[in-house]
Design a protein around this ligand. Structure first.
Ligand code: G1P
Length: 300
């Protein structure tokens, strides 16, 4: 049964991280602005939120993140120059990012972890369920995950997280969920969560990936959540509290994702994401694939 609940309209995108894994590229440029083919990584994430019907986007930023605001704003000088040249297709590309969504920004003055970043969204979000999208995870637009999560939240209330099965030796890189099956194949009930466990202690091989639809009760829990792994306030710990006491803010469900996900937070995975997406592009793909085939067979 689908209950009539307020439609989710707000997306929160934490983007205050320092991007140390990409230094020196990220010395003066936010890591979210690194291009994936020819669009900054963050634009894919905002496009995904909009495709799921969430057109009110709050970014949690920090010092040195001004280019993010500029990217989603108009650039009249550049637009005028392209107009004068008659370069309509580039003009349209430039305007895409400023026409996408209603953007809001708040600064996380003192970066104290993902849970703390999400808590910075409380005044903007208010008392409605909302989505959180982490910029390091790109979800292929052909495999819509967030809209499925919004539907599941609408059915069950509470919170919904995205899960993916990973090799046990990879689980220490992720939040990990203990789960029980439900009647729906791709949906599980989350009974416990632990942030980045050692393989031996992991309750399963279900890894949390960077998409969440959260009940606003998470804010009260986050206010009480002490620093956890790495001395940071962990969103996973707050979700564990919600899963352990469904009376606080409803149940926690997981949507098990089996589609295409690209991790742009790691240099090797970032390169793989670019190659895969470039190969699939209609404009660049045919030439790039032909070159790649030659390169792999003749030069490697
Ligand atoms: C964060 C979360 C973790 C989650 C991961 C998904 O970790 O804390 O639970 O599995 O995102 O990408 P991070 O990768 O930011 O260290």
């Amino acid at each position: 049964m689908t209950l009539s609940r307020p439609r989710i309209s707000k997306a929160v995108i934490p983007a205050a991280g320092l991007g140390t894994r990409f230094l020196p590229a990220t010395k003066a440029t936010p890591k979210e602005m690194l291009p994936v083919v020819d669009k900054p990584a963050i634009q894919y994430v905002v496009e995904e939120a909009v495709a799921a019907g969430l057109s009110d986007v709050l970014m949690i930023t920090g010092r040195n993140k001004r280019p993010l605001e500029d990217h989603f704003d108009r650039n009249y000088e550049l637009e005028e120059a392209l107009r004068r040249k008659g370069d309509e297709s580039r003009l349209a590309r430039v305007q895409e990012s400023s026409d996408l969504a209603t953007m809001h920004y708040v600064r996380q003055g003192d970066p104290r972890g993902l849970g703390h970043a999400v808590l910075c969204a409380a005044p903007h979000v208010g008392d409605e369920p909302f989505a959180v999208l982490l910029g390091d995870d790109l979800i292929d637009s052909r495999d819509p995950l967030l809209s499925r999560m919004v539907d599941i939240q609408n059915q069950h209330g509470g919170s919904v997280i995205a899960l993916m099965e990973v090799d046990p030796e990879q689980i220490h890189l992720y939040g990990c969920a203990a789960v029980k099956p439900t009647d729906t194949e791709d949906v599980v009930e989350v009974t416990g969560l632990v942030e980045k466990p050692d393989a031996a202690e992991a309750p399963s091989n279900y890894a949390v990936i960077g998409r969440y639809v959260l009940d606003p009760a998470v804010f009260d829990v986050l206010r009480e959540t002490p620093p956890g792994r790495g001395g940071e306030i962990q969103l996973t710990d707050a979700l564990q509290a919600l899963a352990a006491a469904p009376g606080l803010g409803g149940p926690v469900h997981g949507v098990v994702f089996t589609g295409r996900r690209y991790d742009t937070g790691d240099r090797g995975d970032y390169l793989r994401a670019i190659v895969r997406l470039a190969c699939e592009r209609e404009d660049l793909g045919p030439d790039f694939r032909a070159w790649l085939r030659r390169y792999v067979t003749e030069e490697m």
